[in-house]
Ligand binder design. Structure first.
Ligand SMILES: Nc1ncnc2c1ncn2[C@@H]1O[C@H](COP(=O)(O)OP(=O)(O)OP(=O)(O)O)[C@@H](O)[C@H]1O
Length: 261
């Protein structure tokens, strides 16, 4: 299976603190990964590397046959769709939703008199439809609810027709309806063999879209477990990782977890 991303002996230091500790991880074509683990485990730092946002301090990160540090970062960013809370904050509040989606074509968070082709407009519209935000396209971004913003950001991340899609906590702070709408769109993508490989950070098993194939569990900057979802998202592994007696259920493609006494 062709490799889409590969981390080898990756360490990340910030000052005296080791944030990522000897990470080895391979993402292959046809896989969709969920990344989970306790707060501060290093999930965002790791996926930010895949999206070409930060570099490792040591080790090698290969993304789409390029090695971080040996390629123009813009080249990676043109091929990897990315959505995160940080990116959400960078979209100017007064930007209209349709323009916010379109601006990804130019690798910018704000539009500036740039022209778009009909093909870009058509793609933006079909993605907004897929994530059920078409009716909001004339609205200013700041007027959207959190759930609407998250769905716009995922549509935006897909605008560049990426080869890999990196989503950092796309379902955070969503209500039940917003979460289910988002998961519906992501699950549709996961089932489509033409879709990009997806890597999604989440805290909640309930937020894993059906169709995600693999899980990376992280703790204290290290890989705690990695592999097919049904091998990693088990009561035993998650109880050990979180230090709590957890019971994990898997029903009709959806996972959930609860504490048992
Ligand atoms: N620039 C930085 N300087 C110092 N420490 C940092 C920096 N960036 C991240 N950290 C620390 O690195 C650790 C990992 O952060 P990261 O955001 O990658 O974790 P996470 O698993 O995504 O956490 P969360 O689940 O809380 O979002 C945290 O302890 C964080 O405080």
């Amino acid at each position: 299976m062709p490799q889409i991303a590969r981390c080898e002996h990756v360490n990340l230091w910030r000052g005296q603190t080791r944030i990522l500790d000897n990470i080895n991880w391979t993402v292959s074509l046809g896989q969709h990964w969920v990344v989970l683990g306790p707060n501060g485990a290093g999930k965002t730092s790791l996926v930010d590397m895949l999206a070409g946002r930060i570099y490792p301090s040591q080790g090698s990160v290969r993304v789409l046959d390029e090695t971080l540090g040996r390629v123009e970062i813009a080249e990676i960013r043109q091929r990897v769709g990315y959505s995160s809370p940080v990116l959400s904050a960078q979209i100017p509040g007064e930007e209209r939703v349709e323009r916010a989606v379109l601006s990804a074509v130019w690798g910018m968070t704000a539009s500036w008199r740039e022209q778009y082709e009909d093909i870009d407009l058509a793609r933006a519209n079909s993605l907004m439809e897929m994530f059920e935000v078409s009716h909001l396209k004339e609205r200013e971004f700041y007027t959207l609810s959190q759930g609407e913003k998250q769905r716009v950001l995922v549509a935006r991340a897909l605008m560049i027709d990426p080869e890999m899609l990196v989503l950092d906590e796309p379902a955070a702070a969503l209500d039940l309806g917003g979460r289910e709408l988002l998961l519906g769109g992501l699950s549709e993508l996961a089932r489509d063999p033409k879709s990009p490989v997806m890597v999604m950070v989440t805290h909640h098993l309930e937020e894993i879209p059906p169709g995600f194939t693999h899980a990376l569990a992280m703790k204290e900057g290290k890989v705690f477990a990695a592999g097919p979802v049904e091998m990693v998202l088990t009561s035993e592994i998650l109880s050990e990782m979180y230090g709590l007696p957890l019971h994990v259920s898997h029903l009709e493609g959806r996972f959930s977890a609860r504490m048992v006494s």
